[in-house]
Design a protein around this ligand. Sequence first.
Ligand SMILES: [Zn+2]
Length: 78
Amino acid sequence: MALINCPECNNEISDKAVSCPKCAFPINQQTSDPISKNDKGLTVADGVKTGCGMFIVLPLIIISLLIIVFALIFLSNT
Ligand SMILES: [Zn+2]
């Protein structure tokens, strides 16, 4: 837990504090989920890689599931 100075009143506050207890200046409201999602969205190359990976992996999963289902049907018939 580190201490930072409030940009509004220069009061020492925890960096995990949502707002300054002295002047109620918002501290950590900007470092919430939407920005981290934007950071992930900016890496277009990673998105393309995962997209291609899903296109390759999903048919493989479906095909293997079909093989298992057909094998079970075949075994139950005999
Ligand atoms: Zn303050």
